[in-house]
Design a protein around this ligand. Structure first.
Ligand SMILES: [Zn+2]
Length: 58
């Protein structure tokens, strides 16, 4: 997993159901944007999993 080039807090939209972390079943709080060879990939994580994603060696 490459490191995200940008992260931003996930704004809670009360009209929608909650988004869940990609790695676990916790509610997602952060969006991480990955630049994959020109394509931007957005993944949602909880705080704990964002740290793992951020510091994992690619
Ligand atoms: Zn998580």
């Amino acid at each position: 997993m490459p490191q995200p080039f940008q992260t931003r807090p996930l704004t809670v939209n009360t009209k929608k159901s909650a988004d869940y972390c990609l790695n676990c079943s916790n509610e997602a709080t952060i969006e991480a944007l990955f630049d994959l060879e020109g394509a931007v990939l957005v993944r949602k994580y909880c705080n704990d999993c964002l740290l793992s994603a951020k510091y994992e060696e690619s």
